[in-house]
Ligand binder design. Sequence first.
Ligand SMILES: NC(=O)c1ccc[n+]([C@@H]2O[C@H](COP(=O)([O-])OP(=O)(O)OC[C@H]3O[C@@H](n4cnc5c(N)ncnc54)[C@H](O)[C@@H]3O)[C@@H](O)[C@H]2O)c1
Length: 276
Amino acid sequence: MHNKVKYKSLFDLTGKNAIVTGGCGILGEHFCKALSEFGANVAVIDINEEKTSSLAEELQKTYDVKSIGVYCDVSDPESVKNMVAQVVDEFGGIDILHNNAASKSDDLDAFFAPFEEYSLDEWRKIMSVNIDGMFLVAQAVGKHMVDNSIQGSIIQTSSIYGLVASDKRIYEGSFYLDKQISNPAVYSASKASVVGLTRYLASYWGDKGIRVNALVPGGVESGQNDIFKEKYSARVPLGRMAQAQEMTGALVYLASDASSYVTGQCLVIDGGLTVW
Ligand SMILES: NC(=O)c1ccc[n+]([C@@H]2O[C@H](COP(=O)([O-])OP(=O)(O)OC[C@H]3O[C@@H](n4cnc5c(N)ncnc54)[C@H](O)[C@@H]3O)[C@@H](O)[C@H]2O)c1
């Protein structure tokens, strides 16, 4: 007699405790909701303190799970330490970490500046969130998992621009947030670092049963102008930008037992952009 495998239950996250950094962002909100709908208790982590609380309240009401909103600046070691202690205190432990926060910068002129004029200050500011922050949160949560023998899942958000270069021709005439946009080198460098950190940690914690994978989104439609949307879409085999919720299936897969034999991988959700 074969034991019957319940395939659907492989995706079930009931009773698991999850952290989502950057949980209030365009993708973050969907990530928090998706994990909750599959049964996880979710700690919404962000520098947007007001929204962490209101989203946590919405998750509790809508999905009947535990949820808390915690202010944390992921680039600040003390803030990260306090956040992890608070989540462990409230939930009792952490099984899933989605390392997802990234900085859009509070100075868009500096952020979108041409490479030749890019300031080291801006470079460091972005790196301090996009990769230092991931290091700090992975270190604190990973230590908690190791110390408590939790065979957890860590998912880190990279980007297609961590895998391939951006085609700068698509940025001519392209505006976002009323600014002429580009993909700055610091973003590509930080997102490539996420892939390196992911592979390193997958190997490093493999013997503890902790899995570490990268979720790699392509461009998500979120108010870019038509010129950008058209030029970007022309580069995509599926012929369009992504909708934010299209990233959530990959997260649930990587967070759950459905991916129990998957570690150190990049799951690319880009409509095929990186295939040619
Ligand atoms: N949206 C896209 O098209 C796209 C494409 C590829 C990759 N990504 C990646 O996906 C992730 C989510 O992107 P998004 O579109 O939701 O971005 P977003 O800017 O909407 O959200 C990022 C969130 O991180 C928070 N944050 C910023 N600095 C922080 C800090 N120091 N500490 C804690 N939180 C901080 C912000 O407040 C915000 O809520 C990011 O890692 C991003 O690089 C996005």
